[in-house]
Design a protein around this ligand. Structure first.
Ligand SMILES: Cc1ncc(COP(=O)(O)O)c(C=O)c1O
Length: 414
């Protein structure tokens, strides 16, 4: 049976995530994967969660195993209001929707805002899962240049002016302001202010996605855009995936009530509610005050791994003009820029032969640009794997460089 004629146009347009495809390589023997965005499993608080789970089952098992309200467990929302206050975000439970982690948030935002061919503005590069989520609603994506301080406000202004002159009003600007995925860079406060002013000027909605913001290794936190938002232009996505564990599939959105109302309706048709059991466990984890300790543990470990990866890059990478990498102050990733004449997909083939994997730059661009870039993850691999993985990557780059040089020298000039 050929199902192709039956699939919707949207389904036919969907592409498999390059990252998910690459993650399959993790299972190959001896492969060192610096590709995926997985947290380190050894910091998951398994014992504590086991005790809390027993408590939930004993004390409220029949309720926690039942369906729950679409909006989320009110007790968890109260805890999140307190957590948000620590981030400078003054909010209420009515402005919070519990979601099945932030990937669902991206999907629901697509569902309530995007009609076919609507424009969404993103950073370049941007999170591959956001590209997939917005593509599923047939969005047209426009990108804005970023540098080592994230989105360039002048470039955003220029892009919006250009689009408005063509009669195009984008639905929202999507940003990952802290320790961005994939680049690892963070938007400074001044740029956040400028971006909010630009949003005001063009009456734009800003969607900020913040999975990594609490994972800061050094320096002072920048305020979330939501904390600086005077006119309700910002919708913020948060998740427990990177500060606790991803397997719970738990996150939350902070947004104006009118937006929450629509999101609730959109969520009802998606999954009715996020697991009440998981919400009850997480509520108790927060209530006990265990979150800070957990975040410190993660930050301590990831800082060491980031330092180790940076040291290994410095030690092993060849000295080539244009070869550089970001030095993130938090999060899980760093972004390598290769010399312009190199292509990360071609390097990938050579790297896999040497048993090291990364994610190629074009995966993070809605139109598959960023050809000479790649993303490295430092949270998941062990210290030894990071060292060996970077050695293998450096060898692959040397090997690729030699091939390019050899090809150039065999071109016969008339
Ligand atoms: C920027 C960004 N947004 C959203 C997600 C999705 O995370 P989750 O659905 O686990 O919250 C990720 C995952 O890596 C991410 O990097």
């Amino acid at each position: 049976m050929d199902y192709t004629p039956y699939f919707s146009k949207n389904a036919l347009r969907m592409k498999r995530s390059e990252i998910r495809e690459l993650l399959k390589l993790v299972n190959q023997p001896d492969m060192i994967s610096l590709a995926g965005g997985l947290p380190a499993p050894d910091v998951f608080p398994v014992d504590e969660l086991k005790d809390i789970t027993d408590e939930v089952l004993e004390q409220e098992g029949r309720k926690a195993l039942q369906y729950g309200p679409t909006e989320g467990d009110p007790r968890l929302k109260e805890e999140l209001v307190k957590l948000m206050a620590k981030e400078g975000i003054s909010t209420t439970p009515d402005n919070i929707l519990i979601i099945t982690a932030s990937q669902q948030g991206l999907d629901l935002l697509g569902k309530i805002f995007i009609d076919r061919k609507d424009t969404v503005v993103t950073e370049s590069p941007t999170y591959v899962g956001a590209i997939q989520a917005f593509n599923a609603y047939s969005a047209h994506m426009e990108t804005v240049e970023c540098d080592e301080d994230g989105m360039v406000p002048e470039a955003l202004d220029e892009k919006l002016r250009f689009l408005f002159e063509k009669g195009i009003k984008p639905k929202f600007v999507y940003l990952i302001p802290d320790f961005q995925n994939p680049s690892g860079v963070t938007l400074p406060k001044e740029r956040r202010e400028e971006i909010l002013e630009i949003a005001e000027k063009y009456r734009m909605i800003i969607v900020e996605d913040t999975p990594y913001r609490q994972l800061r290794f050094e320096g002072k936190s920048e305020p979330p855009l939501k904390a600086m938002d005077k006119n309700g232009r910002v919708i913020s996505l948060f998740t427990f995936s990177k500060i606790l564990l991803p397997g719970f599939r738990l996150g939350w959105i902070v947004a104006p009530e009118k937006v929450i109302e629509k999101l609730v309706m959109a969520k009802q048709s998606a999954d009715l509610c996020t697991s009440p059991f998981v919400q009850a466990i997480t509520y108790r984890f927060l209530k006990k005050g265990s979150m800070n300790k957990q975040i410190s543990l993660i930050v301590d470990q990831y800082r060491k791994k980031r330092d180790h990866m940076l040291n290994m890059l410095k030690r092993h990478m060849p000295k080539l003009k244009g070869l550089k990498w970001t030095k993130p102050k938090g999060g899980l990733f760093l972004w390598v820029t290769l010399p312009e004449y190199m292509n990360s997909r071609e390097l990938f083939v050579r790297a896999v032969e040497k048993k090291v994997a990364f994610v190629v730059g074009p995966a993070f661009h809605p139109h598959e640009k960023c050809e000479n870039s790649l993303r490295l993850n430092f949270s998941y691999s062990s210290f030894d794997q990071i060292e060996e993985g970077i050695k293998r990557l450096a060898e692959s780059i040397r090997h690729y460089e030699t091939e390019i040089k050899r090809k150039e020298s065999t071109v016969i000039t008339p």
